[in-house]
Design a protein around this ligand. Structure first.
Ligand code: ATP
Ligand code: MG
Length: 372
């Protein structure tokens, strides 16, 4: 039996626990907000402090990147933390992330770092409008972002950004050129301590109000897949990465630009639970526990729909063929990620048909990206 401590006690730790059980990997989770060690399925508090948990487990990893550096340092001092804390820091600070992407020589949107009002003018002169502005620290699901389209918006956007910069230590804004993309895709892959890399099929992602709504595995685009895999290898090697790593891309005329990285399992890889030989959660555990990696082949066309803000579904969903519901056991809150639905089929056409059937069952208001 291997013991793994996950920093973060949300749905990603929960799904790691579920995927680890058949391999005799026991997962406990550390809730960074409450500072409790908890059971990742029941959220029950364990009678262990963080220090005791660190001593008790074989491996420590993370389910999110916004972890206080003091906790990362404490965990890393045990020699058990994977991936390297620098990878988590790169995922949690857009300044470090941009430096990483440029060092790895992967295409990404031109950027400029803003600390002062004068920096904003320099950024506008260098990048031009429209521009996307993102807080360096703490952003997720499109939060902590501004769009600057015209000169008359500069002062009001600056007021909000100045407030954001002042509100927390070491905060800054990363200005990025607005990319007029054809679509957004992501690549989930896994690398082990030997440097072996396996990647899943690219995923096409549709967001609603900054939150991922629908992910569909891309079948048969070999050129795009190879392009993404090369960028994945460059970044994973730069970080000497161990575990699952996700890359989000903008696709423009068949060329990929890296938008951001996530040093962890990722929402756009949830379809791997039903659509891949080995799911991303199991492969992350295999990598950090130094076990052989599992196959990442796509076994059938697959998609994932996020359940946002809803805590129940019509039973007809479960009656649909090759439809799998994954609840996270969370209390209902408007817009909150409560669970997801994985849908699979024998062909991409049949998958679209299955999604259309789902669209007939589920309300448009909460599931706006389903075909109808
Ligand atoms: P996540 O939930 O993935 O962590 P996030 O809040 O960290 O998201 P990003 O992924 O950087 O932020 O941005 C959210 C969304 O905003 C992107 O998925 C994309 O649709 C849009 N976006 C971000 N940067 C740009 C850009 N430079 N040009 C155009 N659109 C952008
Ligand atoms: Mg993103």
């Amino acid at each position: 039996m291997k013991q793994v401590l996950v920093l973060g006690a949300g749905q990603l730790a929960r799904m790691m626990a579920l995927a680890g059980a058949p391999l005799n990997i026991n997962v406990i989770a550390y809730d960074v907000i409450t500072a409790d060690v908890v059971h990742p399925l029941t959220q029950q508090r364990q009678s262990l402090s963080l220090i005791e948990a660190i001593a008790a487990v074989d491996v420590i990893t993370a389910e999110f990147e916004h972890i206080p550096h003091a906790i990362l340092t404490l965990c890393a001092a045990s020699g058990k933390f994977k991936p390297h804390p620098d990878a988590i820091k790169a995922g949690g600070d857009r300044r470090i992330e941009k430096t990483l992407l440029n060092n790895a020589k992967v295409a990404n949107a031109p950027h400029h770092i803003i600390n002062t009002r004068a920096d904003l003018d320099t950024a506008i002169a260098a990048i031009g409008l429209p521009m996307v502005l993102k807080s360096a620290l703490g952003g997720y699901d499109g939060k902590g972002q501004w769009r600057l389209k015209t000169n008359d918006q500069i002062e009001s956007v600056w007021t909000e950004m100045a407030h954001c910069i002042a509100a927390s230590d070491n905060q800054a804004i990363v200005a990025e050129k607005f990319i007029s993309f054809d679509r957004e895709v992501s690549l989930i892959g896994v690398r082990n301590a030997n440097g072996d890399i396996k990647t899943y099929a690219l995923s096409e992602n549709v967001h609603t109000d900054g939150v991922l709504s629908l992910s569909t595995a891309i079948v048969g685009d070999i050129t795009l897949q190879q392009q993404a895999q090369q960028m994945f290898a460059a970044i994973a090697e730069q970080l000497n990465y161990i575990g699952v790593l996700a890359l989000e891309f903008f696709e423009v005329n068949g060329q990929l630009l890296v938008n951001e990285i996530a040093p962890r399992v990722h929402n756009s890889g949830h379809w791997t639970q039903q659509g891949a030989e080995t799911c991303q959660f199991e492969n992350h555990l295999r990598a950090v526990c130094d076990l052989p990696l599992g196959g990442t082949e796509l076994i059938r066309p697959s998609a994932m729909i996020n359940i946002l803000g809803q805590d129940s579904l019509p039973l007809a969903v479960l009656a649909l063929e090759s439809c799998h519901v994954h609840w996270y056991g969370k209390e209902q809150r408007a817009g909150r990620k409560m669970g997801h639905i994985n849908v699979c089929a024998a062909t991409p056409e049949q998958l679209q048909y299955q999604l259309m059937l789902l669209g007939q069952i589920l309300p448009q208001q909460y599931f706006p990206t389903l075909p109808r």
